[in-house]
Design a protein. Structure first.
Length: 128
């Protein structure tokens, strides 16, 4: 079964480049330019991973994370940003994000992070 991946970014060239990078791998790749465009997709489709820019025209990665959790799926959120720093990376991880990817994207890193996120087993929580 192919894992569904959604990339949220207003930059069409990044979406096209990611699409080329992921051709031939077992991912079903969708794109959205804004949070508003991503909202119905996230609520109606079982995405395994969402890649999102840290800042969108109509929201932030935290809004994407909240929306992914609202959809009820075990979706991993990966944040993309041109400049990565340890403090922001720690914030992403501490607030529930899965990982970060630097822009411009390096194909080997994109494939590694997405593969790990798609195969991650989310532990079930049982009430005591």
């Amino acid at each position: 079964m192919r894992s569904r991946v959604l990339f949220i970014s207003p930059r069409r060239e990044d979406a096209a480049r990611l699409g080329r990078m992921l051709s031939g791998v077992p991912f079903e790749f969708d794109t959205a330019a804004t949070l508003a465009e991503a909202r119905p997709r996230l609520l109606e489709n079982p995405y395994r991973v969402v890649l999102t820019e840290s800042a969108l025209p109509d929201g932030t990665w935290l809004d994407v994370l909240a929306l992914a959790r609202q959809g009820g799926s075990d979706c991993e959120v990966i944040v993309t940003r041109a400049v990565l720093d340890g403090r922001f990376w720690a914030e992403v991880l501490n607030l529930g994000g899965y990982d970060m990817l630097a822009q411009p994207f390096a194909e080997s890193e994109v494939r590694r992070v997405l593969s790990n996120a798609c195969t991650r087993i989310v532990p079930e929580v049982h009430a005591a």
